[in-house]
Design a protein around this ligand. Structure first.
Ligand SMILES: [Ca+2]
Ligand SMILES: [Ca+2]
Length: 616
């Protein structure tokens, strides 16, 4: 009997001992690659009994530099260095504590693209913005996924509607035909939130595509297929906050992982001019970067060095894993300044042709300009962000076209301030996006104003971005539900399919043809992409500008009057020197520049004229 009891004691002790040995449940980044510039990586290990561990590697090609004693035994951080001679394959790390040991198998993969094959995006592109849940449902089997809180509720504006990555893949041909050149999808990473999870800005796993959208592999397939058609892909990314259902929230890796806690945090603070205002108060500034955007969006403390490593690595991981060309970074001013500039720098160093556009939602160029790389304004921390969302021009376009008494001088005055930007051509310009009213709503259904606004956007400087459905004049409404309405025909049992000519109304076809034509004109006339912009102060609500790229020249004339106008080109003759004809690119009609130098435009319309010279 004693022997049996002793045996049981030993078994219990062994089990106790086993129970205390380190256990590894997950590691992030899940893999890395050989031949990367970023070759010192900090692994974040999730598991049990990870306090007081030591980690060793059996290979000199994957060295362990340091293991950090974590305050929380569920996490460990391990710095590793991958040598330039490391070969792709699995590397075993031994994780030991005084209670036992475990093996961490880490994979190094072979790279499929070189650093320079991530193309970036620039003013030769036109970006098409998609809210994936609302665009096209290509796989109904993922509409509801067991274990995910938010289920399919197509009738509800804040519910999930079933759109997914396969839906976008299915429509790549449509998008190519339309003439856009780059796709920006709002975030696709897991958002396992109870409500409004479709929008994607409340991540609960930063390394995983949401199962309702598809898989990581499917995302990489989308990028490959887009590239095959000559379309670029821009990933929407969020450093600033995570969804409160992220597993970190219930078990914080460190006490300062977030700015505040779920129970106690600074209230939302949605002002940004204060960040560069030399007269603003320090607590006001602190609230902008530390306040929670929303009670369901936990503000991440990027100044914690472990968080900083995690975010910089996960971004590079996605770029390398998927092959994307650019990033749109959410709520840029609310991210810790030192971190965000280092983050940009590390991406641009790894991928020199890449581009990053930061969402800087300030409708005044003066407050936007200090964010751009090469800024002329003094800041303690040098900006590294290449591109900015141009809310300044958006504001001017709106004041001109949405307000029936608006003056076109708003656009001229806005663009006249371009001297404050180091690279105005690298600003992303738009009439609408997923957060603001659709342009058709803002012009109250006025087709002429809508078309003129679009023509201006696609012929002036910058990288234009259009919102899904703008090409068919989707109107939306005053709230996010109607703004982000489903694209007709993208979903099973839709009454009609607006992706096809037959499924579109007469007006939708008219707008689709107009948009496609403008996109083709921009695509085939490089002066409209990267040509120098020379503009003239509007007179009698007529705005004239040139786009000049060496011998390729165009003149754009905007008649912002209800009535038609005969417009004299005499004030611009010095810019037309040697020209004999103008070819209007929408109609194809040619005008001989006779002595009158006059063109005629209908009310609320614009002309894009290629300038022609007789060959001598
Ligand atoms: Ca689906
Ligand atoms: Ca923040």
């Amino acid at each position: 009997m004693k022997k049996i009891l002793f045996g049981l004691f030993i078994a219990a002790a062994m089990q106790y001992c086993f129970a205390q040995s380190p256990q590894i449940l997950k590691v992030e980044p899940p893999n890395w690659w050989t031949g990367m510039k970023m070759n010192t990586i900090q692994l974040m290990v999730y598991g049990k009994n990870l306090n007081d561990i030591s980690v060793t590697s059996s290979s000199s090609r994957l060295k362990v530099l340091r293991t950090y004693p974590a305050a929380n035994s569920s996490y460990a951080f391990i710095d590793i260095e991958i040598s330039s001679s490391a070969q792709p394959g699995n590397y075993d790390l031994t994780v030991k504590s005084r209670n036992g040991s475990a093996t961490l198998r880490y994979s190094l993969l072979k790279r499929t693209l070189s650093n320079n094959e991530h193309q970036g995006f620039d003013c030769s592109d036109v970006i098409y913005l998609i809210t994936p849940d609302r665009f096209a449902n290509g796989d109904t089997t993922n509409d509801n996924v067991a274990g995910m809180f938010d289920s399919l509720k197509r009738s509800e504006p804040f519910g999930r509607h079933g759109g997914d990555i396969q839906g976008i893949i299915n429509k790549l041909g449509y998008l190519k035909d339309l003439g856009i050149t780059a796709l920006w999808m709002t975030p696709l990473v897991e958002n396992n939130m109870n409500r409004s999870s479709y929008h994607g800005y409340s991540a609960t796993d930063l390394y995983k595509i949401d199962s309702r959208f598809g898989t990581n592999a499917q995302y990489a397939t989308l990028v490959t297929k887009a590239h095959e058609l000559g379309l670029k892909v821009i990933m929407d990314h969020v450093n600033n906050h995570i969804g409160t259902n992220h597993l970190w929230i219930k078990n914080l890796p460190t006490t300062d992982w977030l700015n505040g806690t779920l129970e106690s945090h600074q209230k939302p603070f949605h002002s940004k001019p204060e960040l560069d205002d030399i007269h603003s108060d320090s607590l006001t500034k602190q609230r902008a970067t530390h306040g929670w955007f929303d009670d369901k969006l936990a503000d991440v403390n990027q100044m914690n060095p472990f968080v900083s490593h995690y975010l910089r690595q996960s971004t590079i991981w996605w770029i390398e894993f998927s092959g994307i060309d650019g990033i749109r970074e959410d709520t840029y001013p609310y991210i810790a300044p030192q971190f965000r500039e280092e983050w940009c720098k590390s991406i641009m160093e790894e991928y020199p042709h890449f581009n990053i556009v930061g969402e800087v939602w300030i409708q005044d160029p003066v407050f936007m300009a200090p964010y751009q790389r090469g800024s002329y304004f003094p800041r303690t921390i040098k900006p590294e962000l290449p591109s900015i969302t141009d809310f300044g021009l958006y504001d001017a376009l709106l004041k001109t076209f949405a307000d029936t008494t608006g003056k076109i001088e708003n656009i001229f005055t806005c663009l006249a301030k371009d001297f404050i930007f180091p690279a105005p051509d690298n600003l992303v310009t738009f009439l609408d996006n997923h957060d603001i009213h659709r342009i058709m709503y803002n012009v109250n259904g006025d087709v002429k104003r809508f078309k003129l606004a679009l023509l201006t956007l696609l012929t002036t400087r910058g990288i234009p971005q259009i919102l899904y459905g703008t090409e068919i004049g989707m109107k939306g409404g005053p709230d996010n539900g109607t703004l982000r309405a489903d694209f007709p025909g993208g979903f099973p049992h839709d009454e009609r399919d607006a992706f096809t000519e037959q499924g579109r109304s007469q007006l939708e076809n008219n707008l689709f043809i107009f948009t496609r034509q403008l996109l083709q004109i921009r695509k085939t006339h490089k002066q409209l992409q990267s040509g120098t912009l020379i503009h003239f102060k509007p007179s009698d609500e007529v705005y004239v500008y040139f786009r000049i790229l060496n011998d390729e020249r165009a003149i754009v004339v905007i008649n912002h009057n209800k009535e038609g106008r005969s417009i004299s080109l005499t004030p611009y003759l010095h810019q037309l020197a040697g020209a004999t004809r103008l070819r209007e690119l929408v109609s194809g009609k040619e005008i001989t520049l006779d002595e009158k130098h006059e063109i005629t435009l209908e009310g609320m319309s614009g002309g894009i004229f290629e300038i022609l010279y007789e060959k001598k």
